[in-house]
Design a protein around this ligand. Structure first.
Ligand code: NDP
Length: 231
């Protein structure tokens, strides 16, 4: 039977690539979207992950459509870059609220049904920046580093329930999020000498969601072309 999958922020970028990859894998895939229209061929639910009520309503709809979520991919994320000296408090807290507390909201909503199912996969999309840090991204780096401690705590709490919790840590991926950046400068720091395609991140998520990753939990998997080198 097709597994019930939910990908947050699955209407574009890396999230959409993950949703398409898992859908091609035979899973029943739902995506959350905030703006625009849901992507063609995927079940879309409107949801802002900063709202607990939105998250609750989205899960209710997904459960009614395709059953309890067995694979949760927490991918929705934002950047609001500025140096600390200029960073207003809400510029810090907004990014934490989406990237880290948003992951808490969806994982919290997913966990009890997964416990009842006696299986589950939670995959959180972090970033190489979470461990390396980046000037102008203290808010973003803090949110992405926070996901790692969050994931590893859940891995310990729910391992005995056959629920794995892992982190994927992309480097520099060609999406709207990186469209404004100075590509040549960044690419020159990447050992593989290029940015990633969203599909290259998606395939690692598919692996972590699948049977071949049955004994992997609490891991942080870099998909960064060597940028983080061991982080
Ligand atoms: P995009 O900017 O292309 O897409 C971001 C996605 O997140 C969109 O689907 C957006 O929805 C959704 N989103 C943002 N805020 C919210 C919110 N409050 N509630 C619900 N959905 C929200 O980014 P990417 O695809 O590049 O990034 C996806 C993830 O990968 C992020 O977590 C990002 O931090 C991470 N990442 C990206 C890297 C890169 O180089 N691109 C590198 C490392 C990590 P909507 O379209 O409706 O606004």
């Amino acid at each position: 039977m097709a597994r019930s999958v939910l990908v947050t922020g699955g209407n574009r970028g890396i999230g959409l690539a993950i949703a398409r990859e898992l859908s091609a894998n035979g899973d029943a895939v739902a995506v959350t979207y905030r703006s625009g229209e849901p992507p063609e061929g995927l079940f879309g639910v409107r949801c802002d992950v900063t709202s607990t009520a939105d998250v609750e309503a989205a899960f209710d709809k997904v459960e009614a459509q395709q059953g309890p979520v067995e694979v949760l991919v927490s991918n929705a994320g934002v950047t609001k870059d500025t140096l600390l000296a200029m960073m207003k408090e809400d510029t810090f807290t907004d990014v934490i609220d989406t990237n880290l507390t948003g992951a808490y909201r969806v994982a919290k909503r997913a966990i009890r049904p997964m416990m009842r199912l006696k299986r589950g996969r939670i995959i959180l999309i972090s970033s190489v920046i979470g461990l390396s840090g980046q000037a102008g991204q203290a808010n973003y780096a803090a949110s992405k580093a926070g996901l790692i401690g969050f994931a590893r705590s859940l891995a310990r709490e729910y391992g005995s329930r056959n629920i794995t919790v892992n982190v994927v840590s992309p480097g520099f991926v060609a999406t709207d999020m990186t469209a404004e950046l100075d590509h040549d400068t960044i690419v020159s720091t990447i050992p593989l000498g290029r940015q990633a395609r969203p599909e290259e991140v998606a395939r690692v998520v598919r692996f972590l969601a699948g049977d071949d990753a049955s004994y992997i939990t609490g891991a942080v998997i870099p998909v960064d072309g060597g940028l983080g080198m061991g982080h």
